[in-house]
Ligand binder design. Structure first.
Ligand code: SAH
Length: 366
């Protein structure tokens, strides 16, 4: 049993079950034992691999997307260059390297900010971005300056705590994680439960077209993701700029439980080994778009990652880089490109959405 499992068990014994969102927040973000707090979860030796770790071209193209948008805005100096949930810092390092060689005025005008809560990952980001002056913040609210913003986020929203509701005979009840004395083994004695009483759904789910779903159906909302998008959109509306968010998820709100956990590149139970497994959920892009519009932003997309990266020229750029490197690296560049755009890998499941200030030009790739 993980340290965190023991701690959560003790807390549940005295205070009762947690909501799914509270459980996920502890599993990922507990200051001492949370999954992201101590370790580097990415890459071959970790639990999962992400687009910037698969190919350098991903970060390079997103950097060029930012450069182009900065020029469309009239090259403001200074501007905020922000990444939310930057992992190892690979995406931002690749983006800045690609862009600096084309236009040194871009990095000179950029005030780089990273939104990151994990001390372990902040350390890796510092190493990856050693050549640049970087400011770390815990949330967008921590960025005090008022200037146009270009923001990138890859697999950030999927890591934020998710609330789930299940339809019972008498209405919707929140899904909880509690203790089941009969159970043990892989789930450390945790089980899913329902709140004792039905309660009104949060506002974000009230217009949900699947609200009439049958008994037993599960619906989801991610309040922190929606609050982040709301704050971001209000800033884009006020100060100008654009944001590009990439994640796996669905373009229309739908019924279904999308919580998933992975450990050592293998799926496992969400209730297993809290703090030692990554837990994520699919992003509801329809809900993201609705909040963004309500908060003053224009929404572009979502499009599939495959279509977006193709339009940005991923195949030509990968092929050009491949010409100049040894055989083994060439094969990695080619397979990385395919993995990012192919329908049966990340090309269709992953979606890309861009938000801009309402009076701003449209971004590339949409
Ligand atoms: N974007 C990176 C990493 C994705 S993993 C990549 O594509 O490789 C999710 C990232 O979000 C990690 O850096 C994690 O520490 C960060 N994160 C998770 N919850 C967060 C929160 N509430 N606030 C800020 N960062 C968070």
């Amino acid at each position: 049993m993980t340290e965190l499992a023991a701690l959560l068990r003790a807390r549940m014994e005295s205070q009762g079950p947690l909501t799914v969102a509270q459980y996920m927040a502890e599993a990922l973000g507990h200051p001492q034992w949370g999954y992201y707090m101590q370790r580097d979860p990415l890459g071959r030796d970790g639990d999962f691999i992400t687009a910037p770790e698969i190919s350098q071209v991903f970060g390079e193209l997103l950097g060029l997307w930012c450069l182009e948008y900065w020029r469309r805005m009239g090259s403001p100096d200074p501007f905020l260059l922000v990444e939310a949930g930057p992992g190892r810092g690979t995406l931002m390092a690749d983006a800045l390297r690609a862009v600096s060689s084309l236009d040194p005025a871009f990095p000179a005008a950029a005030r780089v900010h990273l939104v990151e809560t994990s001390p372990a990952l902040r350390g890796l980001q510092e190493k990856a971005l050693g050549d640049y002056q970087v400011t770390w913040v815990e949330s967008l609210e921590g960025i005090g300056d008022e200037a146009p913003m270009l923001l990138l986020a890859n697999e950030f929203l999927d890591a934020l705590p998710l609330r789930q509701f299940q339809r019972a005979e008498d209405g919707w009840r929140e899904r909880l994680v509690g203790l089941d004395s009969e159970k043990g083994g892989e789930t450390d004695g945790f089980c899913f439960l329902l709140a004792e009483e039905a309660a009104p759904l949060p506002d974000a789910l009230n217009s949900f077209e699947m609200k009439q779903a049958p008994t037993g159906a599960i619906i989801e909302t991610c309040p922190e993701a929606l609050a982040f998008v709301g704050e971001l959109s209000a800033r884009l509306g006020r100060d100008g700029g654009a944001a590009l968010m990439v994640d796996y998820g669905h373009t229309r709100s739908a019924v279904g439980d999308t919580l998933q956990a992975v450990r050592g590149h293998r799926p496992c139970s969400v209730l297993e080994a809290p703090g030692a497994a990554d837990i994520t959920a699919h992003v509801d892009f329809a809900a993201v778009a609705a909040v963004a519009r309500d908060s003053g932003a224009h929404v572009h997309g979502p499009r599939t990652q495959g279509a977006f990266l193709r339009d940005l020229g991923i195949e030509a750029r990968s092929a050009r880089l491949a010409e100049a490197v040894p055989e083994e690296q060439r094969r990695l560049l080619e397979s990385g490109c395919q993995r990012l755009i192919s329908q049966d890998e990340m090309g269709a499941l992953f979606k890309v959405v861009a938000l801009t200030g309402a009076s701003q030009p449209a971004p590339a790739g949409f």
